[in-house]
Design a binder for this molecule. Structure first.
Ligand SMILES: [Zn+2]
Ligand SMILES: [Zn+2]
Ligand SMILES: [Zn+2]
Length: 361
């Protein structure tokens, strides 16, 4: 390795400020790259497929319809039952739990949202008005599910896009899973941000947004104590709308991970009005265009983290801050990562943010 390359190399463990156990090893040196660099399986980009149950004209081939938008005329977004739900109606026999082997009955809901009538259209190719409709659909369905059954504590809206992200159906779709428990990662986010709030009287996510916009941090050399590097944290901003911001987290687990958050504090996605969601649609579309341009055909998971509707969290309206996490899948986790819990990121988040910002839209 040449000296010039050496100086550009980052090799540091970054602590996730919200969930410290989810920390990241940023290791940009080539020798530190433990992943295979194979091109992912190509995704299906056809506009219409006669045999696809999610394509327009094949509505009779899907499981029962739960809803559609708009109600009249051709549908733009449809909600249907999941043919292979991972969760379902409660079973009649009680759980038998012994000792440490605790299990919770797989009771819950699992639904599919057909995001668009066009088979292989990507999020960044959809009109802002369509994304607006999709985000309103998530909100309405999440609200209905919470109102329908008070035992459901957390409704997760998410999307797997492309074979690299585990999408089993090629037709563009999202999913909604409603759980009787709060998943551990969301639980940790809510609990840790509550602790931060109790100590600092300020939301940690709002603090991170402020830092992303204004803050400058200094890194000192371990032995000499002299200033080694200054990071202008403003460099983490990817997109900024009137009401939303897209940022590259300082301790990103995935090379191209981006989070979108409301600029004004809000814990619950269900509280965002139509005007808010229009700006979200705009920031989302621009962010996805950037990701697609930089990665060259992005395949990704994204998911909404919103305040769970659980009694123990009703006091967290001020401390929790909902967000959308976008995780493009450019590699497969390795044994080192699974074994250590330390994710390796081979592109520094500063560099990734710079590349994303440089895209001409
Ligand atoms: Zn289709
Ligand atoms: Zn906040
Ligand atoms: Zn989250």
């Amino acid at each position: 390795m040449s000296e010039v390359e050496e100086t550009k190399t980052t090799r540091e463990i970054r602590i996730n400020p919200i969930i410290p156990s989810e920390s990241v090893l940023v290791a940009t040196a080539r020798s530190m790259r433990p992943r295979k660099e194979e091109a992912p399986a190509p995704r299906d980009t056809r506009l219409h497929v006669d045999t696809c149950p999610f394509c327009r004209g094949n509505e009779h081939k899907t499981p029962p319809e739960i809803g559609r938008s708009p109600q009249e005329g051709d549908w733009q977004v449809r909600i249907v039952e999941n043919l292979f739900p991972v969760l379902g109606n409660e079973r009649t026999q009680p759980n038998l739990n012994f000792g440490l082997q605790q299990a919770i009955d797989g009771y819950g809901r699992h639904e599919v949202i057909v995001d668009h009538a066009q088979h292989g259209i990507a999020i960044h190719e959809m009109e802002v008005s369509h994304l607006h409709r999709l985000f309103r659909t998530y909100r309405e369905r999440m609200r209905q599910i919470y109102e329908m059954d008070s035992r459901l504590k957390f409704v997760l809206a998410f999307k797997n896009f492309g074979p690299a992200a585990g999408a089993s159906m090629a037709h563009t779709h999202s999913q909604i899973i409603a759980l009787p428990i709060v998943p551990q990662n969301v639980h940790d986010e809510v609990e840790n941000s509550k602790k931060y709030y109790q100590k600092h009287h300020h939301c940690i996510f709002c603090t991170l947004i402020d830092e992303a916009l204004t803050f400058e941090t200094t890194i000192y050399e371990r032995d000499s104590g002299k200033v080694a590097r200054r990071i202008s944290v403003g460099q983490y901003v990817i997109e900024r709308g009137k009401k939303f911001i897209a940022i590259k987290p300082f301790a990103s687990r995935y090379e191209w991970e981006v989070h979108i958050l409301p600029l004004q504090h809000e814990a619950d996605y269900l509280h965002q009005n139509d005007e808010d969601l229009e700006d979200l649609a705009n920031v989302m579309q621009r962010t996805m265009k950037r990701l697609d341009a930089v990665i060259g055909g992005a395949q990704y998971n994204y998911f909404l983290h919103s305040l769970p509707h659980a009694d123990e969290f009703t006091s967290c309206q001020q401390s929790y801050h909902w967000h959308l996490e976008i995780c493009p899948r450019t590699s497969i986790p390795t044994g080192f990562e699974l074994g250590s819990g330390l994710f390796v990121n081979t592109i520094s988040p500063e560099e990734a943010a710079e590349q994303l910002r440089a895209v001409q839209l």
